[in-house]
Design a protein around this ligand. Structure first.
Ligand code: ZN
Length: 441
């Protein structure tokens, strides 16, 4: 079977060929651990989790690296606001991230390097860039000189100067060119000691971009197969990763395939921490919404397109999963004996998750095939329907009202309330003695 992926670098869908036979290396930019993951962050994790599952079905060996950025300006700022040590903040938020992604049925990556464990690799790479004439030291900073890289902009089609465009801040005097970006920055006087590292340029910390370049080459080599991340990382983050890596490792090309997932939007606007229009994964889990429902909702749209998040998307996802779990509970027809795997076919075609889901609706006997590849249907159906849902209290109120209507012989009202319950996906079972049991699905 061939896998095809839309390669942002080639700007077209391409047949995937791994650098070495039977093995794939994939790097995906991981979280900066300063706060809870929101649904936009979760979308990227779920998308590349599906790609990891598809690759694992097709290749005997898959090295999936997803880093933890545990040194960053945002972390320093959050630790100062919380008045807590940086190590306590990053440890807690990393655990939150692991818990929330596990609730979404995401597999652990093969490697999960922490930036703070690779400072030496970053310093070595920066030294190489200075030696190669691609970086310079100015006022305790080390900067990448974008004009030294003739290929700069090949991923995004954008120019280095745009890094500053729109930011409306004066270009720092120590930069030779506005587009030059930081590889190493000096520590502030009031920084937590755990965010300061010794370097040939004084105490400080690495820039964000160099973290990914250093960790990916350390774990996957200077050339590897797939690099993934959100579309918002294409510029400048991924462009800068390419520049650093190809200039430090002369003759290398860095990642062969670049995969970018689209934004998660709310009312058409990108969900982001800075816009304040975000919902965290934990907010939804705490409301009683199952991780699988969130995951299904995230996979219902093709990964490359924007996905608008709303209540209807969640309730449609809940209804669809209820339907599938009911079919599993009733006993699915056995899978015909065949070597064909239409779900894998759909996913191998540039991760076409909406098509895979449509196939499931047409032929639910594919559920066992889909379970592993999509990371769904992990629950026992009995547990699925027993778990209290967010609307349990409202459902009980409707049932009570219906029982009262029945007692008052107001059957029109009782029927209307029953129809309302059915519309909510509730099955009512009237038991002897006026007891009404109910379940979702
Ligand atoms: Zn990165």
């Amino acid at each position: 079977m061939t896998l095809s992926l839309y390669n942002s670098l080639a700007r077209k869908k391409e047949e995937f060929k791994s650098l070495v036979p039977n093995a794939v290396g994939m790097y995906v930019c991981g979280p900066t651990v300063y706060d809870r993951a929101h649904l936009g962050n979760a979308r990227a994790v779920v998308v590349y989790d599906v790609l990891f599952r598809v690759l694992s079905a097709l290749y005997p060996k898959v090295d999936y690296v997803r880093n933890i950025t545990d040194v960053d300006d945002k972390i320093n700022a959050a630790a100062k606001v919380n008045k807590e040590p940086i190590s306590a903040l990053t440890k807690r938020v990393t655990q939150w991230f692991h818990d929330d992604m596990a609730a979404l049925n995401c597999l652990n990556p093969t490697h999960e390097p922490r930036a703070t464990d690779h400072i030496k690799d970053m310093i070595a790479m920066i030294e190489k860039l200075i030696a190669n004439g691609n970086a310079y030291v100015a006022e305790n900073h080390v900067l990448f000189a974008v004009k030294t890289d003739s290929e700069y902009g090949k991923l995004s089609g954008r120019k280095a100067e745009e890094q500053e465009a729109g930011a409306r801040i004066a270009v720092e005097k120590y930069k030779r060119d506005a587009g030059d970006f930081v590889l190493w920055k000096p520590a502030d006087a009031d920084d937590d000691a755990s965010s300061m590292f010794d370097s040939p340029w004084g105490k400080g910390r690495p820039g964000w971009h160099i973290e990914c370049s250093a960790m990916s080459s350390k774990l996957l080599g200077v050339n590897f197969d797939i690099h993934g991340g959100g579309a918002d990382l294409k510029f400048p983050h991924h462009e800068n990763e390419i520049a650093q890596s190809t200039c430090a490792h002369k003759g290398s090309h860095y990642a062969n395939y670049w995969v970018h997932n689209g934004f998660l939007t709310v009312n058409g606007e990108k969900m982001s921490k800075s816009l304040g229009n975000f919902t965290t994964v934990r907010d939804l889990l705490d409301k009683g919404i199952k991780g699988e429902v969130i995951r299904y909702a995230l996979l219902s749209t093709h990964y490359s397109k924007p996905l608008d998040w709303n209540e209807k998307l969640l309730s449609d996802s809940q209804k669809a999963l209820d339907k599938f779990y009911r079919l599993v509970e009733e006993g699915l027809p056995p899978l015909p004996r065949t070597t064909q795997n239409p779900i894998l076919d759909a996913l191998a075609d540039d991760m076409n998750t909406p098509k895979a889901i449509a196939l499931l609706h047409e032929n639910p006997s594919l559920i066992p095939q889909a379970a592993q590849l999509l990371g769904l249907f992990h629950e026992n159906p009995k547990d699925w329907f027993m778990t209290p849902t967010e609307d349990a209290a409202a459902i009980q109120e409707l049932i009570n009202a219906r029982n009262e209507a029945k007692a008052a012989k107001n059957f029109t009202e009782a029927d209307r309330l029953r129809a309302e319950l059915v519309a909510l996906g509730v099955t009512i079972m009237d038991r002897p003695g006026g007891i009404t049991e109910w379940r979702k699905g």
